[in-house]
Write a protein that binds this ligand. Structure first.
Ligand code: XMP
Length: 511
């Protein structure tokens, strides 16, 4: 069964992925596509509705993206947001002008006429604006539906043509009823059935994978991360024994993680999972190395070597599973097939595996959808909600040389920090939180004795995409508990510091 689809045409605004995520959250599948799609391509795609996103341009610049008028004559409902709203007016003969002053932030707006878009939204509410141009005259056959004192055409539309424009951004949380407006467009205007649920996705995908793979052989590299875990579980549900997973344990995972991978995927789910226990090998290669970039390169190269040894034992396979997700697909440009992830853990794998085709069962999903699919498949919260963790693992959280003793100290300290953050109910609000073992030792006093031991740093950040980050304001009493526990319970740690640097200028990881 093919689910209904909405097309989100991307005019370059900063909230475009957010629009797509909102639509998906409202249980309607959508794709974010470049704004130069032709009317013919759109007809062939067969969406139940089209959304034009915002964008940084002015419709009067010759260089800004415009649309073929025919798109508005296909009989498919359209919602234009911000630039998209201006573009519809401009294309259909309305008027768009530079406002005297740009409008940014929260504004009160009022509906002046009822429409399917305004159902269950109070007459006056708060919206979030970010624009300089605005529509001053609607095209013939369209009506003004809502206004603010400074933006007379805040919402306009034609009930008959099912085409609407909104000047504000319904997708951002500051627009009080923005989500309701999107829901109204999808359900009252496009006639959505709400058939995009993770349960449906799993059922559809399992069927597709079965059809595609049949009785042939599939190989998957599991890293312990969310994407590869969910991709493998989905493929396993479809083809069972025909999937072989290889988990390279480089000995640089956090406390309990390697054991958890084996117990969840091999013991509980019954996957054909091979663990390459390579910790010793990695430690030997890393001996005497303190330069962060060299550590990364050694680990990346070694990972591929170990995987190659396992892949050779398995022999030729038909398919290689990759945990590519939708943001990778969009970012790789214009929906061409995704670049193999640059993540060093998997980036070099295709060259050492004898396979015919790549399978990417998650390539249509946003990260939060991947997590929901994981839950749907019965994976534990600890796997599904796992924080981002770097491929080189704890090696880049140990300043200087990686040694067995430092690994032990860091694992134990990190575990305590994670445990206390979770106990305080803060885990969901923090992007990443972990311990680092610094390259300094300081003097301390424990019992009646002088100690000379490691300084452990705690790092916790909030972020939306890891591009920028702020240090998390963890309450002092939680930090105090962590500090007390680490210095009491973990050997070779006598001082704890908290990192209060944002990114930039610092990075999230210390190396
Ligand atoms: P930074 O430290 O650059 O990290 O602010 C941004 C995000 O990327 C993760 N990270 C890595 N992930 N291999 C990875 O797979 C790496 O070498 C690597 N270095 C950093 C980091 O944990 C954060 O989420």
């Amino acid at each position: 069964m093919q689910h209904q689809r909405v097309l989100v045409l991307d005019f370059g605004g900063q909230y475009n992925q957010l629009i797509a995520r909102r639509v998906r959250d409202l249980k309607v599948y959508c794709d974010l596509k470049p704004c130069d799609m032709t009317a013919e391509e759109i007809r062939a795609y067969d969406p139940i509705g089209i959304i034009f996103t915002g964008g940084p341009n002015s419709v009067y610049d010759a260089a800004s993206p415009h649309i073929d008028r025919q798109i508005l004559e296909l009989g498919i409902p359209v919602l234009g947001i911000c630039y998209g709203c201006q573009l519809i007016a401009y294309t259909l003969g309305g008027k768009v002008e530079h406002a005297a002053a740009s409008e940014y932030g929260k504004r009160e707006f009022s509906f002046v006429k009822d429409s399917p878009l305004s159902a269950d939204i109070p007459e006056t509410s708060v919206c979030w604006m970010s624009h300089t141009d605005h529509v001053t005259q609607v095209p013939a056959g369209f009506a003004v539906l809502a206004s603010t004192p400074s933006c007379p055409v805040t919402v306009y539309g034609s009930l008959e043509k099912k085409i609407y424009g909104v000047q504000f951004h319904p997708e951002v949380v500051h627009s009080q009823y923005g989500n309701k407006l999107l829901e109204n467009f999808l359900y009252n205007v496009c006639g959505a059935a709400g058939d995009w649920t993770m349960g449906n996705f799993v059922a559809e995908q399992v069927e597709k994978l079965r059809e595609k793979i049949g009785g042939r052989k599939v190989l998957c590299a599991m890293s312990g991360g969310v994407d590869s875990a969910v991709a493998a579980t989905l493929v396993h549900r479809a083809v069972g024994e025909n999937l072989v997973c290889v988990f390279v344990d480089h000995g640089l995972l956090r406390k309990g993680e390697a054991e958890e991978v084996m117990s969840v995927f091999r013991d509980r789910l019954g996957m054909n999972l091979i663990c390459a226990d390579a910790g010793e090998r990695f430690l030997q290669k890393l001996a005497g190395v303190s330069d962060p970039e060299r550590k990364r390169k050694i680990i990346g190269a070694e990972f591929i070597k170990v995987f190659e040894i396992e892949a050779k034992k398995i022999g030729a396979v038909d398919f290689l599973v990759q945990g590519t997700i939708y943001p990778d697909v969009i970012e790789s440009g214009k929906d061409k097939s995704a670049v193999i992830k640059s993540h060093h853990n998997v980036g070099g794998l295709p060259s050492v595996v004898d396979f015919k085709e790549i399978v990417e069962p998650l390539r249509d999903l946003f990260k939060d959808e991947v997590r929901r699919v994981g839950t749907e498949l019965g994976l534990p919260e600890s796997v599904v909600q796992r924080q981002p963790f770097p491929g080189p693992g704890l090696a880049i959280r140990i300043m200087g040389e990686v040694t067995r003793e430092k690994l032990q100290t860091l694992r134990d300290a990190d575990y305590i920090f994670r445990e206390e953050v979770a106990k305080a109910g803060l885990a969901g609000q923090i992007w990443q939180y972990f311990a680092v073992i610094t390259n300094s030792k300081t003097v301390g006093v424990q019992g009646d004795f002088r100690t000379y031991e490691n300084v452990i740093a705690l790092r916790a950040v909030t972020s939306v995409d890891a591009m920028t980050a702020d240090w998390a304001r963890i309450p002092y009493d939680v930090l105090e508990k962590v500090s007390n526990r680490i210095t009491n319970e973990v050997p070779h740690a006598n001082r704890i510091v908290y990192d209060i640097t944002s990114k930039p200028p610092a990075t999230i990881e210390w190396e």
